[in-house]
Design a protein around this ligand. Structure first.
Ligand code: NAD
Length: 329
């Protein structure tokens, strides 16, 4: 009989999540759950995401069950675009974990920091498995809240020497520049065309609704992590790029409906069966990159199981270190 605890509810705050979950633990949790998804051991349930008609907010639920890790739960929250003006993170979320044997609520976990690290971890997992081993220049498209997390996690995957970056408002590139400098990397603000011409790995992490990178900008051998498109209508790259790329994703159903692939699919440039789950590459069921001059594209749409995986790791570590607050139910 599994230990179901003593009925305590564990509260793990944002600050504690930052203390206990580092880039490596997030990477490991996300890589493991992508592998479980590809093996059929973990399943995401249908996502609810709605404009609430107030504060321009998008609100919803992402839930799932990982039978390999025995993690059941839901992330509730969304995107409040005006929060940054008031010193708050635009993404706001909380993760609820339940005992899969009993349905009892086990933990409430702050989801803001975890959303950023699990999203960065997804992109980093794709770089680890798909980018050329000799990649030296990383291109960042976007300079919002997620971008610094993305750059730090990506930088751990290859021996990068330089960051080239573009943002709609160039003055917002300063924070990304200080992250790059802190990592010991050269930094240059460039146009999208220059970015494509020099980057070996590109991360797009914006809220754009139209292509920021043209097909002609992308060189053979590039790996692109498209991380910003997680809603119908959003778009970051020219769909033609997909037709000449090996395309991978966290979850195919999301990729073709709310991910970057939605556009290439609706134009008939790619079909769903040409898109591979990154978990298959992790599990060795798919080769991933085949040639050095392949363009590989990871469509990171963001699945609930990523949130649950890092939240479960946070609860385990916080409990072990005596950092979780316990409430008797
Ligand atoms: P943010 O609001 O802090 O930053 C938004 C970024 O998008 C800025 O760089 C801004 O300049 C850029 N941008 C906005 N509109 C643009 C446009 N029309 N053209 C070009 N650039 C534009 O947001 P964030 O927290 O950094 O998140 C960035 C995006 O990533 C959001 O759209 C968010 O929904 C998405 N996201 C995806 C996942 C996932 O798992 N795939 C997870 C978290 C966030």
């Amino acid at each position: 009989m599994r230990d179901h605890g003593n009925g305590d509810l564990l509260l793990v705050s944002e600050a504690v999540c930052q203390q206990v979950i580092d880039q490596t633990s997030a990477f490991d949790a996300v890589e493991a759950v992508f592998a479980a998804m590809a093996n059929g051991q973990a399943q995401n349930f249908p996502v609810v995401r709605q404009a609430i008609g107030y504060a321009d907010a998008l609100y919803g639920f992402k839930s799932g069950f990982d039978s390999a890790g025995l993690v059941l739960g839901v992330k509730s929250g969304g995107y409040w675009p005006h929060n940054a003006d008031n010193g708050l993170t635009n993404h706001q979320s909380t993760i609820f974990l339940f005992d899969p044997d009993t349905g009892c609520l086990q933990a409430l976990v702050g989801g803001n920091y975890l959303t950023a690290v699990r999203t960065a971890a997804a992109s980093a997992v794709s770089i680890a498995h798909l980018a050329r081993a000799n990649a030296e220049v990383i291109g960042m498209v976007g300079a919002g809240h997620q971008s610094a997390f993305q750059l730090r996690a990506a930088a751990a995957q290859r021996d990068f020497k330089k960051v080239v970056a573009w943002n709609r408002s160039p003055k917002n590139l300063q924070q990304l520049e200080s992250v790059a400098v802190g990592l010991g990397l050269d930094f240059e603000a460039v146009s999208p065309e220059q970015l494509g011409a020099s980057a070996d790995v590109i991360i797009t992490i914006t809220s754009a609704f139209g292509p920021l990178l043209a097909d002609a900008d992308i060189r053979p051998g590039t790996h692109i992590s498209c991380m910003g498109t997680d809603t119908r209508g959003k778009q970051e790259v020219d769909p033609e790029i997909m037709s000449r790329s090996r395309v991978f994703t966290d979850e195919i159903a999301q990729s073709i409906s709310i991910g970057e692939a939605q556009h290439a699919i609706s134009l008939g440039l790619v079909t769903a069966d040409a898109i591979t789950s990154i978990g298959e590459v992790i599990n060795g069921q798919h080769q991933g990159r085949i040639n050095d001059d392949d363009v590989t594209l990871f469509d990171g749409t963001g699945v609930g199981l990523q949130d649950l995986a890092v939240a479960s790791a946070a609860v385990r570590l916080a409990d072990k270190q005596g950092l979780a607050t316990k409430i008797s139910l």
